[in-house]
Design a protein around this ligand. Sequence first.
Ligand code: GDP
Ligand code: MG
Length: 437
Amino acid sequence: NLSDKLDKAFHILKGHGKITEVNVAETLKEVRRALLDADVNFKIAKDFTTRVKEKALGQDVLTTLQPGQLLVKLVKDELTELMGGDVAGVNLSGNPTVILMSGLQGSGKTTFSGKLANYLLNKKNKKPLLVACDIYRPAAIQQLYVVGDSIGVEVYSEPENKNPVEIAQNAIKHAKENGFNVVIVDTAGRLAVDTEMMDEISRVHKAIQPQETLFVVDAMTGQDAVNTAKAFNDILNFDGVILTKLDGDTRGGAALSIKSVVNKPIKFVGTGEKMEAIDVFYPIRMAERILGMGDVVSLVERAQEQFDEEEARKIQKKIAKNEFGFDDFLTQIQQVKKMGNMKDLVGMIPGASKAMKDVEIEDDAFKHIEAIIHSMTPAERSKPSLIDVKRKARISKGSGTKIEQVNQLMKQFEQMSKMMKMMQGPGGKNLMKMMGG
Ligand code: GDP
Ligand code: MG
Protein backbone atom coordinates (compact mmCIF):
# COMPACT_ATOMS: atom_id res chain seq x y z
CA ASN A 1 0.00 0.00 0.00
CA LEU A 2 0.88 3.66 -0.19
CA SER A 3 2.25 3.77 3.31
CA ASP A 4 4.67 0.90 2.71
CA LYS A 5 5.85 2.44 -0.51
CA LEU A 6 6.48 5.80 1.14
CA ASP A 7 8.33 3.94 3.85
CA LYS A 8 10.57 2.44 1.23
CA ALA A 9 11.13 5.84 -0.31
CA PHE A 10 12.22 7.31 3.00
CA HIS A 11 14.61 4.46 3.57
CA ILE A 12 16.73 5.79 0.74
CA LEU A 13 17.65 8.66 3.01
CA LYS A 14 18.67 6.46 5.91
CA GLY A 15 22.34 6.74 6.68
CA HIS A 16 22.79 10.02 4.90
CA GLY A 17 23.85 12.73 7.30
CA LYS A 18 22.47 15.56 5.27
CA ILE A 19 19.69 16.26 2.85
CA THR A 20 21.33 16.78 -0.51
CA GLU A 21 19.82 17.47 -3.87
CA VAL A 22 20.67 13.97 -5.05
CA ASN A 23 19.17 11.92 -2.23
CA VAL A 24 16.09 14.12 -2.04
CA ALA A 25 15.48 13.68 -5.76
CA GLU A 26 15.87 9.91 -5.44
CA THR A 27 13.51 9.72 -2.51
CA LEU A 28 10.91 11.92 -4.10
CA LYS A 29 10.95 9.86 -7.26
CA GLU A 30 9.84 6.94 -5.09
CA VAL A 31 7.26 9.10 -3.34
CA ARG A 32 5.87 10.11 -6.71
CA ARG A 33 5.67 6.48 -7.80
CA ALA A 34 3.81 5.64 -4.60
CA LEU A 35 1.32 8.45 -5.20
CA LEU A 36 0.72 7.38 -8.80
CA ASP A 37 0.07 3.83 -7.64
CA ALA A 38 -2.51 5.22 -5.22
CA ASP A 39 -4.47 6.74 -8.11
CA VAL A 40 -3.24 10.27 -7.73
CA ASN A 41 -3.35 12.15 -11.03
CA PHE A 42 0.07 12.44 -12.73
CA LYS A 43 0.27 16.22 -12.75
CA ILE A 44 -0.81 16.48 -9.13
CA ALA A 45 1.79 13.93 -8.07
CA LYS A 46 4.48 15.79 -10.00
CA ASP A 47 3.55 19.18 -8.54
CA PHE A 48 3.42 17.57 -5.13
CA THR A 49 6.97 16.27 -5.26
CA THR A 50 8.28 19.51 -6.75
CA ARG A 51 6.90 21.47 -3.82
CA VAL A 52 8.34 19.06 -1.27
CA LYS A 53 11.71 19.17 -2.99
CA GLU A 54 11.88 22.95 -2.89
CA LYS A 55 11.03 22.98 0.78
CA ALA A 56 13.47 20.20 1.68
CA LEU A 57 16.43 21.85 0.01
CA GLY A 58 15.62 25.17 1.61
CA GLN A 59 15.72 23.74 5.15
CA ASP A 60 18.52 23.22 7.58
CA VAL A 61 18.70 19.71 8.85
CA LEU A 62 17.87 19.25 12.49
CA THR A 63 20.89 17.44 13.75
CA THR A 64 19.04 15.57 16.47
CA LEU A 65 16.98 13.72 13.89
CA GLN A 66 17.58 11.87 10.71
CA PRO A 67 17.01 13.90 7.57
CA GLY A 68 14.54 11.26 6.43
CA GLN A 69 12.29 12.24 9.28
CA LEU A 70 12.38 15.89 8.34
CA LEU A 71 11.37 14.84 4.85
CA VAL A 72 8.53 12.79 6.34
CA LYS A 73 7.27 15.95 7.96
CA LEU A 74 7.47 17.92 4.73
CA VAL A 75 5.62 15.15 2.90
CA LYS A 76 3.02 15.05 5.64
CA ASP A 77 2.44 18.79 5.40
CA GLU A 78 1.99 18.58 1.64
CA LEU A 79 -0.31 15.57 1.92
CA THR A 80 -2.43 17.56 4.34
CA GLU A 81 -2.61 20.41 1.85
CA LEU A 82 -3.48 18.01 -0.94
CA MET A 83 -6.43 16.70 1.04
CA GLY A 84 -7.82 20.13 1.64
CA GLY A 85 -5.78 21.58 4.48
CA ASP A 86 -8.57 22.75 6.74
CA VAL A 87 -11.60 21.01 8.16
CA ALA A 88 -14.57 21.64 5.86
CA GLY A 89 -17.74 21.36 8.00
CA VAL A 90 -21.34 21.27 6.77
CA ASN A 91 -23.51 24.20 5.77
CA LEU A 92 -26.50 24.24 8.12
CA SER A 93 -27.88 27.61 7.06
CA GLY A 94 -31.12 26.42 5.46
CA ASN A 95 -34.54 26.55 7.04
CA PRO A 96 -34.83 23.66 7.02
CA THR A 97 -31.37 22.63 5.85
CA VAL A 98 -31.76 19.99 3.14
CA ILE A 99 -29.00 17.42 2.81
CA LEU A 100 -29.01 15.00 -0.15
CA MET A 101 -27.09 11.72 -0.09
CA SER A 102 -25.72 10.30 -3.32
CA GLY A 103 -23.53 7.36 -4.17
CA LEU A 104 -23.53 3.76 -5.33
CA GLN A 105 -25.46 0.95 -3.69
CA GLY A 106 -23.58 -0.42 -0.71
CA SER A 107 -21.39 2.66 -0.31
CA GLY A 108 -22.99 3.36 3.05
CA LYS A 109 -25.59 6.08 2.32
CA THR A 110 -28.31 4.75 4.58
CA THR A 111 -25.89 4.04 7.42
CA PHE A 112 -24.29 7.45 7.06
CA SER A 113 -27.69 9.20 6.91
CA GLY A 114 -28.34 7.76 10.35
CA LYS A 115 -24.91 8.68 11.66
CA LEU A 116 -25.24 12.25 10.42
CA ALA A 117 -28.74 12.59 11.93
CA ASN A 118 -27.38 11.29 15.22
CA TYR A 119 -24.42 13.67 15.08
CA LEU A 120 -26.58 16.71 14.30
CA LEU A 121 -29.05 15.76 17.03
CA ASN A 122 -26.48 15.28 19.77
CA LYS A 123 -23.58 17.51 18.78
CA LYS A 124 -25.32 20.37 16.98
CA ASN A 125 -28.63 20.50 18.81
CA LYS A 126 -30.64 20.02 15.62
CA LYS A 127 -33.96 18.33 15.01
CA PRO A 128 -33.34 16.13 11.95
CA LEU A 129 -35.80 14.22 9.77
CA LEU A 130 -34.71 11.17 7.76
CA VAL A 131 -36.35 10.66 4.36
CA ALA A 132 -36.56 7.31 2.56
CA CYS A 133 -36.22 7.94 -1.17
CA ASP A 134 -34.87 4.50 -2.06
CA ILE A 135 -38.11 3.31 -3.62
CA TYR A 136 -36.89 0.16 -5.32
CA ARG A 137 -36.43 -2.20 -2.42
CA PRO A 138 -38.98 -2.39 0.41
CA ALA A 139 -36.11 -3.52 2.61
CA ALA A 140 -34.38 -0.19 2.04
CA ILE A 141 -37.22 1.74 3.66
CA GLN A 142 -37.31 -0.76 6.49
CA GLN A 143 -33.55 -0.36 6.99
CA LEU A 144 -33.93 3.39 7.42
CA TYR A 145 -36.67 2.84 10.03
CA VAL A 146 -34.36 0.55 12.00
CA VAL A 147 -31.66 3.22 11.88
CA GLY A 148 -34.08 5.99 12.84
CA ASP A 149 -35.47 3.98 15.76
CA SER A 150 -32.03 3.27 17.13
CA ILE A 151 -31.18 6.97 17.41
CA GLY A 152 -34.64 8.34 18.13
CA VAL A 153 -35.03 10.24 14.85
CA GLU A 154 -38.27 10.33 12.84
CA VAL A 155 -38.33 8.76 9.39
CA TYR A 156 -40.52 10.04 6.56
CA SER A 157 -41.60 7.58 3.85
CA GLU A 158 -44.37 6.97 1.31
CA PRO A 159 -44.23 3.21 0.65
CA GLU A 160 -46.83 3.35 -2.13
CA ASN A 161 -45.31 6.29 -3.98
CA LYS A 162 -42.80 5.46 -6.73
CA ASN A 163 -41.70 9.02 -7.38
CA PRO A 164 -38.65 10.04 -5.33
CA VAL A 165 -38.94 13.68 -6.38
CA GLU A 166 -42.44 13.89 -4.92
CA ILE A 167 -41.46 12.05 -1.76
CA ALA A 168 -38.55 14.41 -1.14
CA GLN A 169 -40.69 17.49 -1.75
CA ASN A 170 -43.45 16.22 0.53
CA ALA A 171 -40.88 15.42 3.21
CA ILE A 172 -39.58 18.99 3.18
CA LYS A 173 -43.14 20.26 3.53
CA HIS A 174 -43.65 17.87 6.42
CA ALA A 175 -40.45 19.13 8.03
CA LYS A 176 -41.51 22.77 7.77
CA GLU A 177 -44.90 22.02 9.29
CA ASN A 178 -43.43 20.01 12.15
CA GLY A 179 -40.43 22.00 13.24
CA PHE A 180 -37.63 19.85 11.77
CA ASN A 181 -34.65 22.02 10.91
CA VAL A 182 -32.59 19.44 8.99
CA VAL A 183 -33.90 17.08 6.30
CA ILE A 184 -31.61 14.21 5.32
CA VAL A 185 -32.66 12.59 2.05
CA ASP A 186 -31.42 9.01 1.59
CA THR A 187 -31.54 7.87 -2.05
CA ALA A 188 -31.26 4.71 -4.14
CA GLY A 189 -27.95 3.72 -5.63
CA ARG A 190 -26.97 1.12 -8.22
CA LEU A 191 -24.04 -1.23 -8.21
CA ALA A 192 -22.44 0.82 -10.97
CA VAL A 193 -22.91 4.21 -12.54
CA ASP A 194 -25.83 4.16 -15.01
CA THR A 195 -27.90 6.84 -16.71
CA GLU A 196 -31.15 5.88 -14.98
CA MET A 197 -29.67 6.39 -11.52
CA MET A 198 -27.94 9.62 -12.55
CA ASP A 199 -31.13 10.91 -14.12
CA GLU A 200 -33.13 10.16 -10.98
CA ILE A 201 -30.70 11.72 -8.53
CA SER A 202 -30.30 14.82 -10.67
CA ARG A 203 -34.10 15.27 -10.85
CA VAL A 204 -34.33 15.03 -7.05
CA HIS A 205 -31.40 17.43 -6.76
CA LYS A 206 -32.99 20.03 -9.03
CA ALA A 207 -36.37 19.77 -7.31
CA ILE A 208 -35.24 20.16 -3.71
CA GLN A 209 -32.12 22.36 -4.16
CA PRO A 210 -30.22 21.00 -1.16
CA GLN A 211 -27.81 23.15 0.87
CA GLU A 212 -25.53 20.14 1.01
CA THR A 213 -25.23 17.41 -1.58
CA LEU A 214 -22.95 14.74 -0.22
CA PHE A 215 -21.30 11.99 -2.21
CA VAL A 216 -20.82 8.82 -0.18
CA VAL A 217 -18.02 6.48 -1.21
CA ASP A 218 -16.51 3.28 0.11
CA ALA A 219 -12.85 3.96 0.91
CA MET A 220 -11.88 0.41 0.00
CA THR A 221 -12.79 0.75 -3.68
CA GLY A 222 -9.59 2.50 -4.85
CA GLN A 223 -9.46 3.59 -8.47
CA ASP A 224 -13.20 2.91 -8.87
CA ALA A 225 -13.95 5.40 -6.12
CA VAL A 226 -12.23 8.11 -8.14
CA ASN A 227 -14.17 7.32 -11.34
CA THR A 228 -17.48 7.17 -9.49
CA ALA A 229 -16.76 10.46 -7.74
CA LYS A 230 -16.06 12.09 -11.08
CA ALA A 231 -19.29 10.76 -12.62
CA PHE A 232 -21.43 12.00 -9.72
CA ASN A 233 -19.65 15.34 -9.57
CA ASP A 234 -20.18 15.97 -13.29
CA ILE A 235 -23.94 15.59 -12.78
CA LEU A 236 -24.47 17.00 -9.28
CA ASN A 237 -21.51 19.31 -8.65
CA PHE A 238 -21.71 18.00 -5.07
CA ASP A 239 -20.49 19.91 -2.01
CA GLY A 240 -18.54 17.27 -0.17
CA VAL A 241 -17.40 13.69 0.06
CA ILE A 242 -18.12 11.12 2.77
CA LEU A 243 -15.51 8.40 2.98
CA THR A 244 -16.94 5.26 4.58
CA LYS A 245 -15.43 2.01 5.83
CA LEU A 246 -12.16 3.57 6.89
CA ASP A 247 -12.14 1.03 9.70
CA GLY A 248 -10.97 -1.55 7.17
CA ASP A 249 -7.31 -1.92 6.30
CA THR A 250 -7.42 0.80 3.69
CA ARG A 251 -4.91 3.55 4.35
CA GLY A 252 -6.60 6.40 2.63
CA GLY A 253 -5.28 6.47 -0.92
CA ALA A 254 -8.85 7.17 -2.03
CA ALA A 255 -8.92 10.29 0.12
CA LEU A 256 -5.94 11.68 -1.76
CA SER A 257 -7.18 10.79 -5.18
CA ILE A 258 -10.76 11.96 -4.82
CA LYS A 259 -9.83 15.34 -3.45
CA SER A 260 -7.37 15.83 -6.29
CA VAL A 261 -9.75 14.76 -9.05
CA VAL A 262 -13.01 16.48 -8.07
CA ASN A 263 -11.53 19.19 -5.87
CA LYS A 264 -14.27 18.89 -3.25
CA PRO A 265 -13.55 18.53 0.44
CA ILE A 266 -13.98 15.31 2.33
CA LYS A 267 -16.31 16.26 5.17
CA PHE A 268 -16.83 13.15 7.25
CA VAL A 269 -15.51 9.63 7.48
CA GLY A 270 -17.29 6.47 8.56
CA THR A 271 -15.31 4.13 10.75
CA GLY A 272 -17.72 1.32 11.58
CA GLU A 273 -21.28 0.07 11.37
CA LYS A 274 -22.48 1.67 14.62
CA MET A 275 -24.26 5.01 14.66
CA GLU A 276 -21.42 6.59 16.65
CA ALA A 277 -18.78 5.58 14.10
CA ILE A 278 -18.59 8.98 12.40
CA ASP A 279 -15.69 11.43 12.46
CA VAL A 280 -15.21 14.88 11.10
CA PHE A 281 -12.49 14.58 8.46
CA TYR A 282 -9.15 16.08 9.50
CA PRO A 283 -6.74 16.23 6.54
CA ILE A 284 -3.75 16.24 8.88
CA ARG A 285 -4.82 13.06 10.65
CA MET A 286 -5.38 11.34 7.34
CA ALA A 287 -1.93 12.39 6.19
CA GLU A 288 -0.49 10.83 9.33
CA ARG A 289 -2.48 7.70 8.71
CA ILE A 290 -1.21 7.46 5.14
CA LEU A 291 2.32 7.84 6.37
CA GLY A 292 1.63 5.46 9.22
CA MET A 293 4.16 7.35 11.26
CA GLY A 294 2.20 9.48 13.68
CA ASP A 295 4.80 9.31 16.43
CA VAL A 296 7.74 10.25 14.27
CA VAL A 297 5.84 13.19 12.93
CA SER A 298 5.03 14.57 16.35
CA LEU A 299 8.60 14.01 17.48
CA VAL A 300 9.92 16.08 14.60
CA GLU A 301 7.41 18.76 15.40
CA ARG A 302 8.40 18.87 19.03
CA ALA A 303 12.05 19.10 18.12
CA GLN A 304 11.35 21.93 15.73
CA GLU A 305 9.41 23.83 18.33
CA GLN A 306 12.12 23.50 20.93
CA PHE A 307 15.28 24.11 18.96
CA ASP A 308 14.24 27.43 17.65
CA GLU A 309 16.47 28.96 15.07
CA GLU A 310 16.89 32.27 16.84
CA GLU A 311 18.54 30.54 19.78
CA ALA A 312 20.75 28.47 17.50
CA ARG A 313 22.00 31.57 15.73
CA LYS A 314 22.77 33.33 19.01
CA ILE A 315 24.81 30.38 20.18
CA GLN A 316 26.69 30.17 16.92
CA LYS A 317 27.74 33.76 17.25
CA LYS A 318 29.02 33.13 20.76
CA ILE A 319 31.01 30.12 19.64
CA ALA A 320 32.54 32.14 16.84
CA LYS A 321 33.61 34.80 19.34
CA ASN A 322 34.83 32.27 21.87
CA GLU A 323 32.12 33.38 24.27
CA PHE A 324 30.28 30.12 24.68
CA GLY A 325 30.06 29.44 28.40
CA PHE A 326 28.32 27.32 30.99
CA ASP A 327 25.24 29.56 30.98
CA ASP A 328 24.68 28.72 27.34
CA PHE A 329 25.32 25.09 28.14
CA LEU A 330 22.61 25.29 30.79
CA THR A 331 20.20 26.92 28.36
CA GLN A 332 20.76 24.09 25.91
CA ILE A 333 20.17 21.47 28.56
CA GLN A 334 16.93 23.17 29.46
CA GLN A 335 15.86 23.10 25.82
CA VAL A 336 16.55 19.40 25.60
CA LYS A 337 14.64 18.84 28.81
CA LYS A 338 11.64 20.78 27.51
CA MET A 339 11.25 18.14 24.84
CA GLY A 340 10.22 15.72 27.52
CA ASN A 341 11.39 12.75 29.45
CA MET A 342 14.44 11.13 27.87
CA LYS A 343 12.93 7.66 27.97
CA ASP A 344 9.78 8.85 26.21
CA LEU A 345 11.78 10.61 23.56
CA VAL A 346 13.88 7.56 22.81
CA GLY A 347 10.71 5.47 22.67
CA MET A 348 9.33 7.68 19.93
CA ILE A 349 12.21 7.01 17.58
CA PRO A 350 11.41 3.87 15.58
CA GLY A 351 13.98 1.16 16.23
CA ALA A 352 15.75 3.19 18.88
CA SER A 353 13.88 1.75 21.83
CA LYS A 354 15.04 -1.72 20.82
CA ALA A 355 18.61 -0.65 20.22
CA MET A 356 18.72 1.21 23.53
CA LYS A 357 17.00 -1.35 25.68
CA ASP A 358 20.20 -2.24 27.54
CA VAL A 359 21.33 1.33 27.92
CA GLU A 360 20.44 2.90 31.22
CA ILE A 361 18.81 6.28 30.78
CA GLU A 362 18.42 8.22 33.97
CA ASP A 363 15.10 9.99 34.15
CA ASP A 364 16.94 13.07 35.23
CA ALA A 365 20.12 12.66 33.28
CA PHE A 366 21.09 16.27 33.72
CA LYS A 367 20.60 16.65 37.46
CA HIS A 368 24.29 16.53 38.39
CA ILE A 369 25.33 18.73 35.53
CA GLU A 370 22.83 21.38 36.48
CA ALA A 371 23.87 21.26 40.13
CA ILE A 372 27.52 21.72 39.20
CA ILE A 373 26.83 24.66 36.90
CA HIS A 374 24.63 26.27 39.54
CA SER A 375 27.53 26.14 41.99
CA MET A 376 29.76 28.16 39.68
CA THR A 377 30.07 31.92 39.98
CA PRO A 378 28.83 34.02 37.03
CA ALA A 379 32.44 34.80 36.17
CA GLU A 380 33.33 31.11 36.10
CA ARG A 381 30.34 30.34 33.92
CA SER A 382 31.19 32.86 31.25
CA LYS A 383 34.92 32.17 31.40
CA PRO A 384 35.41 28.48 32.22
CA SER A 385 39.21 28.78 31.90
CA LEU A 386 39.13 30.49 35.31
CA ILE A 387 38.22 27.21 36.95
CA ASP A 388 41.39 25.84 38.55
CA VAL A 389 41.87 22.97 41.00
CA LYS A 390 40.88 25.08 44.00
CA ARG A 391 37.71 26.32 42.37
CA LYS A 392 36.85 22.80 41.26
CA ALA A 393 36.99 21.61 44.86
CA ARG A 394 34.68 24.42 45.94
CA ILE A 395 32.20 23.70 43.14
CA SER A 396 32.18 20.00 43.95
CA LYS A 397 31.43 20.69 47.59
CA GLY A 398 28.76 23.26 46.78
CA SER A 399 26.94 20.99 44.37
CA GLY A 400 27.23 17.85 46.45
CA THR A 401 28.99 16.02 43.64
CA LYS A 402 32.29 14.21 43.44
CA ILE A 403 35.35 16.00 42.15
CA GLU A 404 35.49 13.44 39.31
CA GLN A 405 32.03 14.52 38.20
CA VAL A 406 33.15 18.13 38.02
CA ASN A 407 36.23 17.07 36.09
CA GLN A 408 34.11 15.05 33.72
CA LEU A 409 31.79 17.96 33.03
CA MET A 410 34.74 20.29 32.44
CA LYS A 411 36.15 17.83 29.97
CA GLN A 412 32.83 17.33 28.21
CA PHE A 413 32.39 21.06 27.99
CA GLU A 414 35.84 21.50 26.51
CA GLN A 415 35.27 18.78 23.95
CA MET A 416 31.92 20.21 23.09
CA SER A 417 33.29 23.71 22.58
CA LYS A 418 35.99 22.31 20.34
CA MET A 419 33.55 20.27 18.34
CA MET A 420 31.17 23.14 17.98
CA LYS A 421 33.93 25.27 16.55
CA MET A 422 34.79 22.55 14.11
CA MET A 423 31.19 22.05 13.12
CA GLN A 424 30.56 25.69 12.48
CA GLY A 425 28.02 25.81 9.77
CA PRO A 426 24.32 26.27 9.34
CA GLY A 427 21.88 24.40 11.52
CA GLY A 428 21.39 23.76 15.19
CA LYS A 429 23.92 21.83 17.21
CA ASN A 430 23.35 18.34 18.41
CA LEU A 431 23.79 18.71 22.08
CA MET A 432 22.25 15.40 22.98
CA LYS A 433 24.62 13.44 20.79
CA MET A 434 27.67 15.21 22.17
CA MET A 435 26.68 14.74 25.74
CA GLY A 436 25.79 11.10 25.27
CA GLY A 437 28.90 10.31 23.28
P1 GDP B 1 -26.21 2.08 0.92
O1 GDP B 1 -26.62 0.99 -0.03
O2 GDP B 1 -25.37 3.10 0.27
O3 GDP B 1 -27.37 2.68 1.64
O4 GDP B 1 -25.27 1.38 2.02
P2 GDP B 1 -25.62 0.91 3.51
O5 GDP B 1 -25.73 2.06 4.41
O6 GDP B 1 -26.79 -0.03 3.47
O7 GDP B 1 -24.29 0.13 3.87
C1 GDP B 1 -23.86 -1.03 3.20
C2 GDP B 1 -23.09 -1.92 4.18
O8 GDP B 1 -21.90 -1.27 4.62
C3 GDP B 1 -23.87 -2.21 5.44
O9 GDP B 1 -23.63 -3.55 5.82
C4 GDP B 1 -23.29 -1.27 6.47
O10 GDP B 1 -23.40 -1.78 7.79
C5 GDP B 1 -21.86 -1.18 6.04
N1 GDP B 1 -21.21 0.07 6.39
C6 GDP B 1 -21.61 1.33 6.17
N2 GDP B 1 -20.72 2.24 6.63
C7 GDP B 1 -19.72 1.53 7.19
C8 GDP B 1 -18.47 1.89 7.84
O11 GDP B 1 -18.09 3.06 8.01
N3 GDP B 1 -17.71 0.85 8.28
C9 GDP B 1 -18.06 -0.44 8.10
N4 GDP B 1 -17.24 -1.39 8.55
N5 GDP B 1 -19.20 -0.80 7.50
C10 GDP B 1 -20.03 0.15 7.04
MG1 MG C 1 -29.39 2.45 1.31
